[in-house]
Ligand binder design. Structure first.
Ligand SMILES: NC(=O)c1ccc[n+]([C@@H]2O[C@H](COP(=O)([O-])OP(=O)(O)OC[C@H]3O[C@@H](n4cnc5c(N)ncnc54)[C@H](O)[C@@H]3O)[C@@H](O)[C@H]2O)c1
Ligand SMILES: CC(C)[C@H](C(=O)O)[C@@H](O)C(=O)O
Ligand SMILES: [Mg+2]
Length: 348
């Protein structure tokens, strides 16, 4: 089993190092790693954020463990050369259309949530985010209006097949949980969202046991803070899912806690924390590696068929937190490496 390790930029390499230590400690027979450059690091070395060798490795691998990309030095580059194009390119090239972002509060972290503990303790949801379409991948550009003003534009669209396949992932995810699916859109304003809602309703016929509801995205942002316990599975588009998952992370304690899986139709996947390269804390040993370690657990469960090993990692993370391991984002002083040490010490 080949895992492509793509550490990327900023805190990416720091958190990937800790996830690698945990995976090594499991001593899984036949698991091998191959590392490659991606993002700003790849641009600086090769002139491209997603070099052909890196893409080829990602295609060849059984799974990909990804850190983060993004480098302030690269923010003025033409868009197709920016680090972020690497993760967008991998998602598109590998048809990783289904992004699962579980948001659960570890009970020990009730005090780290931005919400009151009794509200935060209810959080146990999965955000299913579409990842290959929407305004992210529509025609975009800069142009001049008839009166000579500069105008930026990005076209938002979904076709019905794109909506149907992610809706099915939403319903399947709900079937494996509490059978409650909330589809989040902006159908009161956007035609893209009206189609989204129509197709989700049509797809519901295949999953009559699931209780389906619909919510506008602005209300959803409010409800996530008011009463996050009402959500079991949320299914939504690329842009809304990006924003809502960062918000959900803070309800669950920290953006440094939320893992993710990006899957294709055959469960091949890329696994990454939902956070970015955090240039403000990079190189200081302050990054929380738990989101990446939990992403490694998702990789073992979804793409490598090793659910017991995934359980071991998740149990070790819970035990490390019970034992008081807290990086600065969780209100403590543990360094990135000390967080890794705590998980390793808790592995049974
Ligand atoms: N998938 C990805 O690779 C990805 C995701 C999001 C952002 N980015 C990129 O990352 C760069 C920085 O973006 P941003 O600042 O908006 O978002 P960010 O997620 O990198 O950071 C937001 C805030 O959260 C903190 N934070 C993030 N991860 C943390 C962790 N593991 N432990 C402790 N604190 C953590 C940061 O210090 C920062 O204050 C940009 O270039 C952006 O495009 C990449
Ligand atoms: C870096 C960026 C392209 C990416 C996104 O918007 O999808 C990030 O915010 C994420 O959540 O993975
Ligand atoms: Mg994001």
């Amino acid at each position: 089993m080949l895992v492509a390790l793509l550490p990327g930029d900023g805190i990416g390499p720091e958190v990937i190092t800790q996830a690698r230590r945990v995976l090594d400690a499991l001593a899984i027979d036949g698991l091998v790693f191959e590392e490659a450059l991606v993002g700003g690091a790849a641009y600086k070395a090769t002139g491209h954020p997603l070099p052909a060798d890196t893409l080829a490795l990602a295609k060849r691998a059984d799974a990909i463990l990804f850190g983060a990309v993004g480098d302030p030095d690269c923010d003025a580059l033409e868009r197709h050369l920016r680090p972020e194009q690497a993760i967008l390119g991998l998602r598109k090239e590998l048809s990783l259309f289904a992004n699962l972002r579980p948001a659960t509060l570890f009970p020990e972290l009730a005090d780290a949530s931005a919400l009151r503990p009794e509200v935060a303790s209810q959080i146990d949801m999965v955000i299913v985010r579409e990842l290959n379409g929407d305004v992210y991948f529509g025609e975009k550009g800069m142009r001049k209006t008839a009166t000579g003003k500069r105008e930026g534009y990005d076209i938002m669209s979904y076709d019905e097949d794109e909506v149907r396949r992610i809706a099915r992932v939403g319903f399947e995810t709900a079937m494996a949980r509490d059978k409650k699916l909330c589809s989040v859109d902006k159908a009161n304003v956007l035609e893209t969202s009206q189609l989204w809602r129509d197709v989700v309703i049509e797809t519901h016929a295949e999953y009559p046991e699931v209780a389906l509801s619909h919510m506008y995205v602005d209300n959803c942002a409010m409800q996530l803070v008011r009463n996050p316990g009402q959500f079991d599975v949320i299914v939504t588009g690329n842009l809304f899912g990006d924003i809502l998952s960062d918000q959900a992370s803070m309800c669950a304690g920290s953006i440094g806690m939320l893992p993710s899986a990006s899957l294709d139709a055959a469960q091949k996947g890329l696994y990454e924390p939902i956070h970015g390269s955090a240039p403000d804390i990079a190189g200081q040993g302050k990054a929380n590696p738990l989101a990446t370690i939990l992403s490694a657990a998702m990789m073992l469960r979804y793409s490598l068929g090793l659910p017991e090993q995934a359980d071991r990692i998740e149990a070790a993370v819970a035990k490390a937190l019970s034992g008081g391991a807290r990086s600065p984002d969780l209100g403590g002083t543990h360094s990135t490496r000390e967080m890794g040490d705590a998980v390793l010490a808790a592995l049974t």
